[in-house]
Structure formats: C-alpha cells, structure tokens
Ligand binder design. Sequence first.
Ligand SMILES: [Cu+2]
Length: 350
Amino acid sequence: MRKLIFFLPALLLSSSLLAQDKPADSSHDMDHMQHGGFMQGGMHHAVAKGVKIEQKIDGHTIVVRIGPMNLPANTSHMKMPQPPDLEWQIPIDGWLLAYSPKLVDANGNTIPGRVLHHSAFWNENRADFLCPNKEEHIFGAGGELTNWAEIPGYGYRVQMGDTIRVETMVHNPTDTSYENVYLEVTIPYQQAADDAKRKNVYPTWIDVKSCGNSGYDLPAGNSKQNGTVIVKYNGALLGVGGHMHDYAKQLTLEDVTRKETVASLDAKVDDHGELLSMPTVLFLDRGGYKFAAGDVLKISATYDNTTGKLLHDGAMGIVVGYFVPLDDSAMAALRRKPAAHHMAGMSHDH
Ligand SMILES: [Cu+2]
C-alpha cells in the first residue's frame, strides 16, 4: 500500500527559537466527481453512508470529529466505501494554532493510524497564494498521524463561518476489522479579540506538478519530475518538509532566480522502498528563507521505482512549508466566496 507522509512539523518543536520567525503549512488538489460516487485515480469509489463531521469547542481547543466509518480487514482504498467530502464551519474569529490527528473508536479506544489513507483540510474561502486556482490547503494527515505543532507567535488566520472542506480516504491493510472509527483532529486556537496578537502564516505547497493535480504516473526505475512556480509576494519561508510516496529518493527546492538550493530533502525508505519519513529543514537561524516577489522556484522529485512496472498515479512530490509575507495586507486579496460547485463526493486523487 502506498504510504503517505505529511511531515510538517517538527518545525514547531523548538519554541524559543521560533519566537521571532514564521510558520508554514500545506495543500493538495482536488479531482473528478461523479454522480452517486466519485472518481479517484480513475477508479470509482462507493460512498460510505452516515459519515458526519461534528465539532466540540471549549475556550482553547476545537475537536473536529469525522465518522463513524466501518473498516473491514484487508480492504484496499479502491474497494473501501469512502466518506464524501464534508464541510466544517469555523466557529471562531482568530487563529488556528496546531493540528493533532488521531483515530478512535466509539469508546475512545485508539485505532492504528495505518487505516487512514489520508485526510486533507481545504479552506474554501481562500485561494492558495502560489496557485490561486486552488483552495488553500490548511492541513493534511496520512497514516503516520503527524502532529503539526504550534509555532509560538504565529497562527493561521480564520474568520467565523469560513468553510473548510474535509476530504478523507480510508483503507485497511491490517488483518483486523474496525467498526465505528472516528478521525479526531484537535486544534488549539486563539480568539482575535485576545490581547496577544499573532503573525499570520500561509500554507505553502510547492508541487512538481506546478499548479496542477499532484498525483502522477511513476515509471519503473529511476525518474525525475520537475515543476516551477513563481512567488508573487515578498516574505520568508520559515521551514519546509516534504510529501512523497513509496520509492521516493529526494525532493529538492531551488530558487532559480537566485541560483540557490533552498532545501534538499532525502526520503527515508525501508528495504522494499516503502516510505518511512521525510526530513524537515528550518531556516530559523536566518529569520526564514527570504523570497522576493517574482522569484522562480523549481522543485524536483526523484524516485527509484523497484517494482519493475509503471505505477498509475503512484507518485507525488510536494515541498510544504509556512510562508510569512512581508506585507500581510497583500494576502487579503486571496479571500473569496466559496465556489458553488462543490458537492458531496468530490475528492482528490491519491
Ligand atoms: Cu500524496
């Protein structure tokens, strides 16, 4: 089974270091829909019935809960009925600070993360700052259930009523069936009305498919895919992680305009090529990696697919980070009304 690594943030561990810097986040793409079900990777998925999204909020934390989902043993994501896209309405005016995902059953017992293929949160009220044809992808999780920790002094700004579209795909590669499974994401927040003000961070997804759909066919053997994107804002990248799939070798990000390598991320895989982890690189010691408006960024993903065959839609190459613009007011233009075309059952490729 392909494993998805949404790395981000270990960034966020060293709190004192971060005090004078900025943060980053992430994004994917959406795909085709069809009546009564939906298409992902060219495959038709049945829709899981009765899956809802709900939230609980106290003075500090929102818990978003998606479920229940029934996951029979040894079921691929193609065969598993999948939740439709769900919408979460933001209940505060302020900042989301961190994301901590877990899987539980109806009694609160922990379920192994491996049964989560991926989940992606998209803000329908904002366009991505690098690829305005896409919504802002504010959070992603794969089977590793990586926490996106808080960066002191920074946050992702939301407004009451913002609509977050939540895509979730599940599978069950284990020999155990699980019933009534919930994905719970715990999100600490701060109200804008509070005294302490935060700097805004913008999720930064730099994709080898540029501003298109992220997934691509992975040829047998060694391969390299490149993409470019132009930064339209002055600002700084606080740090980056990477998102790849199995048989990954390396992700590199270059600032072509400056003729500099921004980051080189070596994938860690096991003996069979299964992806174990992607590293994180921080630019804190210099106050973030500075970009100037107009800088051309080039991203490259290298793979070594040892299966001997082409893997349809088997690869992705995305550098993910947190961007802090020099002039935050310039980002206001990225707000928009949610597109009216969304319907349950729409999802992205994985
Ligand atoms: Cu992926």
